[in-house]
Design a binder for this molecule. Sequence first.
Ligand code: PGA
Length: 249
Amino acid sequence: MRINIVAGNWKMNTTVEEGVKLVSETVEKSKDLSNVKLIVAPPFTHLASTGAKIKGTGIGLSSQNCASEAKGAYTGEVSAEMLAGINVEYAIIGHSERREYYNESNEILLKKIKLALANGISPIFCVGENLNEREENRHFEVIKKQIEEVVFYTDENDFEKIIIAYEPVWAIGTGKTATAEQAQEIHSYIRKILSKKFGKKAENTSILYGGSCKPENAKEIFSKPDVDGGLIGGASLNADDFIAIAKSF
Ligand code: PGA
């Protein structure tokens, strides 16, 4: 069954102390939430301490990345196995900031996705076009390639564990949001591509929208039939805003 998800991508923000406070507030304010799964993605250094705070609450714990290799001489990397060992259940993979600033290609992202899945971690796989690509009307083609070169190489059982996040790069952190119609158009397109390969299973995939999603615009965006929630950056750093977004269903 397809579920509604609101995931908070904290990016490189908060000290451990601030992060623990933020997650405690999020837990407190989320008590009367229903029909939506919350996920938080703090920095690596905060996963153990924030994970302890959300234990037993139903809120999911996600990393923002994982290594593309299983283990060994990769200084500074954190493996999927290490993350699984501290009860991380999800990993954001292929965020546009990773693709752009750290040159993560679809080939690298596929390796990350496979390692996450092999360690029981559900990938939150991000796709999205940049401003040029949208202006040149290439957004469909770009997204199709991102999906086909990565998600199509997973098997059917693994596919069921994947969450997709559509994040138009021009909307991330810019205050510009895709309209609800633009989001729906791409989300239904993504589902159509997925269904070509995975058939009816694509109906169960949660496809999240990300990019300047806020309490003011979440309701309209989430009302669309193929939008199953959001990947929230800036607004997830404020527990009231994050919960207000989750209450938009
Ligand atoms: P934003 O970030 O909500 O701050 O635009 C979203 C994201 O990058 O996941």
